[in-house]
Design a protein around this ligand. Sequence first.
Ligand SMILES: NC(=O)CC[C@H](N)C(=O)O
Length: 358
Amino acid sequence: MKQVKLVLEDGTEIEGTGFGAHTSAAGEVVFSTAMTGYPENLTDPSFAGQILVLTYPMVGNYGVPGEELYESISKIFESDKIHIAGLVVNYYSEEHSHWNATKSLGDWLAEYNIPGIFGVDTRMLTKKLREKGAMLGKIVAEEDIPLHDPNQDNLVAQVSPPGVQHYGKGQHKIVLVDCGTKTNIIRCFLTRDVELIRVPWDYDFNTLDYDGLFLSNGPGDPKMCEATISHLQTALQQDKPIFGICLGNQLMGLAAGGDTFKLKYGHRSHNQPVLLSGTKRSYITSQNHGFALDTDTLPAEWTMLFENLNDGTCEGIKHKTKPFFSTQFHPEAAGGPEDTEYLFDDFLKAVEEYKAAK
Ligand SMILES: NC(=O)CC[C@H](N)C(=O)O
């Protein structure tokens, strides 16, 4: 293992030990306070372009599970590769032990040419990111490289699949617009009565025959998804149920005529409290986002569905009369609490009602 360093755009330089691939990488440095779930986090396409700091002090101790398939998608991972640009941890546990581990975290990172750095005071680093906001940064091994802002790239186009795929044989035909979907969203649909048509981010789904539309999570600035927003504006003219998660929530808001903004340092953890509007009921949710919808910009036919109890930001919206709703948090979890998975049932109930009325 060799010495490497983490360099931030404010000039901070932190020495540490390299693990994973011995290479340099640049990206946006963000932190997650989730205590477990690195196999899920690292393969979540929403992390594309980001150098991820995990605040949990010991990482790697349960290794990395082997690949198993469920209906041709991964049973365990959230996509078929690692999407983060780099990983920053305090203590890397080189020795792992878990019943389904097949390799170490370091070997897995190396397989995808992703660098990691450990021996970093992640508390100090997280405080800095909280005070100054998410910053650009780089892990530097042998070769110095320039900083790079991934939010200037169309990351969704990079992670979205090239073609259409079909799954399941259920009675409700759902189109999943894949802007970088987590596979647990697919699993959540396939354990219900659904036939899923998974289409690329810029596919004109209005040409398809379907019962309900789903908008996935995905990386980067939602305003980059112009094609999706424009197709969605057509779908919003109709009455077919629409459900969106995370990036899907931001796209729903943008298509409705609202605006998004970049949060100072985002929400990335498994314990974000949200309030269901009009009730005193709160849920603990899994989150991973750096942007948010500005609810003040929502047109009059829309209303806030969930609110973040830490900072008051928008955690979901719904249309006042049509069956359209979306959440900024992750009802599919993976990792994190599954308390809001019932929203998939609510969506399919809306689909049933729509079909019955037709
Ligand atoms: N998980 C997601 O879908 C993230 C959405 C968007 N890229 C954000 O950071 O806010």
